[in-house]
Design a protein around this ligand. Structure first.
Ligand SMILES: Cc1cc2nc3c(=O)[nH]c(=O)nc-3n(C[C@H](O)[C@H](O)[C@H](O)COP(=O)(O)OP(=O)(O)OC[C@H]3O[C@@H](n4cnc5c(N)ncnc54)[C@H](O)[C@@H]3O)c2cc1C
Length: 406
């Protein structure tokens, strides 16, 4: 007997919703289950965070026809300036010196959510079931039987392939008995919008200070998203400061490159953990996004990486269907991992190294990273490869990332 749906995705956050948009044109019957409505303040994926979308993400969003809607709210990054407080080494990357017209785009997560959900609603073969929550699943020979809680009732449905895109505390991962490697960074990110005296000239700043990295991402001429990573122990202290005290603290760390900070918006805090699932897939099941790797936001890569995984999975499902394979044929998931493993490992290693390196105050390490920044700035080939990696354009990549359709 054929299942109710070819694919059931748990979680309509950024990654789950993107997968639905990528798979829908293949004509598959898709259900996507989400526990928190898009308009709810508690929606974990779509809040007021400013997200940096890499050029690889833009290409994928173009291919799945979401970019035209995102572009309306996006601010291009033309330059990146990386420096360390009290050191002379810095790296400066200008899109004009590369073959790319921009180095990324900044968009508020809520706007990205609206664009993804609008695109999903274009497809009759995608059914968004929200608010509803996965409670349990059971594997059978013909597919997964899922128990979904909806308005206090338990409904069952069957799926050929179950996708766990249900975030860092993934229930799909736990029910499947998949273990994790975890690390508490003991750091908290504080995010707020700021208005500055001088225009940002579409420049993203990253500054490493003894208290943690500070990033300023442009969202308008004189407005930027301020991302301040602090020692977890000090988070409450920064959150409880008055706006004036907080502005003073930021100016002390960041300096006055953009003149005075005239205004600071609401502060939101995010305690940071690293989570890596030991297995990414099992029979009839695959994990995506934060459910499979939750990484430090210092390199702004979490969603960008998750979306390249979405592109890889959609491509392998498409190729599998072309070969006449069933949606839950394990070969599809094996092909997917072959395509995505190197990029995943590179991003996780790089992000973890940066998280530990820039918190280490040992003089030798400090001089080494200062030297590394100088080298990147001086050597064109090193800079090119660094930039392409950060843009998600290096190595073996899915067709969408190469600007090709399936
Ligand atoms: C401060 C900060 C800044 C960041 N900046 C960037 C950036 O600039 N660029 C970038 O690429 N990445 C960035 N990231 C990372 C990015 O936010 C994550 O990679 C992304 O949100 C992961 O999306 P997801 O859909 O996998 O998970 P989530 O966003 O956690 O979504 C999971 C969804 O599943 C739902 N759900 C959970 N359990 C169930 C259930 N049982 N049943 C039904 N639904 C369920 C949840 O309600 C949620 O909507 C940042 C992260 C942080 C914390």
């Amino acid at each position: 007997m054929s299942p109710d749906y070819d694919v059931v995705i748990i979680g309509a956050g950024m990654v789950g919703a993107s997968l639905a948009c990528a798979l829908a044109p293949l004509g598959l019957r898709i259900a996507i289950i989400e526990s928190v409505t898009l308009s709810n303040e508690q929606q974990p994926s779509y809040d007021d965070r400013g997200l940096t979308l890499s050029p690889s993400t833009k290409r994928i969003l173009e291919q799945i026809n979401v970019w035209p809607q995102v572009q309306v709210y996006a601010t291009p990054i033309k330059k990146i300036h990386v420096s360390e407080q009290g050191r002379f080494g810095f790296t400066h990357i200008d899109a004009a010196e590369t073959e790319y017209s921009e180095l990324g785009n900044v968009v508020v997560a809520r706007s990205l959510g609206l664009a993804l959900h609008k695109r999903m609603s274009d497809f009759e073969n995608v059914k968004l079931i929200c608010p509803a929550e996965l409670k349990h699943f059971q594997r059978t020979d013909s597919g997964m039987i899922l128990e979904i809680s909806r308005s206090g009732d338990i409904e069952t449905m069957s799926a050929g392939l179950l996708v766990g895109a249900d975030g860092s505390n993934s229930l799909v991962r736990r029910l499947a008995g998949i273990n994790t490697r975890e690390n508490d960074f003991k750091q908290t990110v504080i995010v707020s919008n700021v208005t500055t005296q001088k225009p940002n000239n579409l420049t993203a700043y990253e500054r490493f200070t003894p208290h943690g990295p500070v990033a300023l991402l442009p969202i308008d001429k004189d407005r930027s998203v301020l991302v301040f990573t602090v020692d977890g122990k000090n988070a409450e202290h920064y959150l409880n400061m008055s706006d004036k005290q907080y502005i003073d603290a930021i100016e002390t760390e960041f300096g006055r490159r953009l003149g005075k900070i005239k205004q600071v918006g609401q502060r939101r805090s995010y305690p940071l953990r690293f989570i890596e699932a030991i297995e990414q897939y099992q029979e009839q099941l695959v994990l995506l996004g934060n459910a499979v790797h939750t990484i430090h936001p210092n390199t702004a890569q979490g969603f960008n990486l998750g979306l390249r995984d979405v592109a890889g999975l959609a491509e392998c499902i498409f190729r599998g269907i072309e070969k006449g394979r069933a949606i839950n044929d394990i070969c599809i998931l094996e092909d997917y991992i072959k395509l995505r493993y190197d990029d995943q490992q590179y991003v996780m290693r790089f992000t973890n190294k940066l998280a530990s390196c820039f918190y280490n105050k040992l003089p030798l390490l400090s001089s080494t990273r200062n030297f590394a920044m100088l080298l990147i700035d001086i050597l064109p080939n090193l800079k090119k490869s660094f930039v392409e990696r950060r843009m998600g354009l290096a190595g073996l990549q899915p067709r969408f990332v190469r600007g090709q359709s399936l």
